[in-house]
Design a protein around this ligand. Structure first.
Ligand code: DP6
Length: 361
């Protein structure tokens, strides 16, 4: 399946212009996507909480292209400033979509992108930024050709195109939970795009918190892209992919039953497995920092002492995502502020929660 469509061409001398704005959130995977093949296809299914506070806002303005030089005519601004590095990446992405959106080279495009979180906070921005851009492109198609009226078709195409930009981005389009990857027991699940997943989940998870503890803001020593590639030579890879499928099934059962303890256990095991895979890659690498481990121990001690359902996850970096239900907000906040904040870089914490997915604004 692809979305190639040669009919999406504007008339010569058209006078189309307009402005589109999408806000799209970041997400935290509970079952991790780690390992890919082909054109951005995952080696195992994954599921994530869609976040809220950590998001990207992208504004796309378009006017008729002046002159008839070939290719994409793009002006790109990140946080209000021209940014050549990001521009090149976006330009290449848009060029790769020439058969999906053959009208792109008939327009002059101006893109402004802004993240709600500081660029150097150690939060991966590819999920929010690539999904915000893909959503803008689908809106553009719809404004020009009236082709994506139906919400499910619109979101599916946006998710598919987000995936081509960054795998994890395809899950950010949907409210609450996004599931990506073909999974036997889940109708409509696909390796090509994510689907929304919240109908069979206990209510407690729909208002879950995710406080992101910034342990270190530094650039990652090994990018996610390189990390995915190293999975191809990892001797644990096949077992890992099977484990992810089993864990996904167990996690969904736990979430349906509202079983916080089982949920938390699976989330923590997944986070540590991700980092174990990095440590067992060749060459091996470690993205956790000493304070990552120190905080993990404190969380586990706290849980043992109080019985409160506070769990952690990690993405491909040293920062911790603290997951807990809304009913424990006040008491767990107190613990975080007094016991954990001192171990964060400059005391930085981003208080986030499960969100409603991407919106046009
Ligand atoms: C550890 O989506 O950043 O966050 O497809 O190469 O852009 P690319 O990788 P990316 O990988 C995310 C890895 C992860 C786990 C996850 O989000 O599922």
């Amino acid at each position: 399946m692809n979305y190639h469509n040669p009919k999406l061409r504007l008339e010569e001398g058209h006078d189309k212009f307009g402005k589109i704005q999408w806000r799209s959130p970041s997400n935290i995977a509970l079952i991790k996507y780690w390992g890919k093949h082909g054109v951005q296809l995952p080696r195992n299914p994954s599921i994530s909480f869609t976040l809220d506070a950590a998001h990207t806002e992208t504004i796309l303005e378009y006017t008729p292209k002046v002159g008839n030089h070939p290719g994409i005519d793009l002006e790109f601004y990140f946080e209000g400033k021209q940014n050549d590095l990001f521009k090149d990446k976006i330009q290449k992405y848009l060029e790769s979509l020439s058969e999906t959106f053959p009208f792109l080279d008939q327009l002059k495009l101006k893109i402004n992108s802004h993240n709600s979180f500081p660029h150097s906070s150690g939060i991966a921005s590819s999920a929010s930024s690539m999904s915000a851009l893909a959503l803008c492109l689908c809106s553009l198609e719809h404004q020009l050709f009236g082709t994506l009226e139906e919400d499910e078709a619109f979101k599916q195409k946006a998710s598919f195109l987000s995936r081509l930009g960054s795998g994890s981005a395809c899950r950010s389009v949907y409210a609450t939970l996004g599931l990506w990857g073909t999974t036997e027991s889940i109708p409509k699940s696909s390796d090509l795009y994510a689907i929304p997943y919240h109908n069979t989940v206990a209510d407690v998870f729909k208002t879950f918190h995710d406080d992101i503890l910034i342990v270190s803001k530094g650039e990652k020593a090994v990018s996610s892209r390189a990390g995915h590639a190293l999975m191809e030579g990892n001797i644990y890879a096949d077992n890992r992919y099977q484990q992810a499928r089993n864990r996904l099934r167990n996690l969904l059962d736990a979430m349906e039953a509202g079983d916080l303890e089982r949920f938390g256990q699976i989330c923590e095991n997944e986070a540590l497995t991700l980092h174990a895979l990095m440590m067992t890659s060749s060459p091996s690498y470690i993205l956790m920092r000493p304070n990552t481990l120190l905080i993990i121990e404190k969380i586990r001690e706290y849980r043992k002492a109080t019985g409160h359902p506070l769990y952690f996850s990690l993405d491909a970096g040293p920062n911790l995502h603290l997951l807990y239900p809304d009913s424990y907000h006040a008491t767990i906040q107190n613990f975080i502020q007094t016991e954990l904040k001192p171990f964060c870089e400059n005391g930085q914490i981003i208080e986030d929660k499960v969100g409603k997915g991407a919106i046009e604004f």
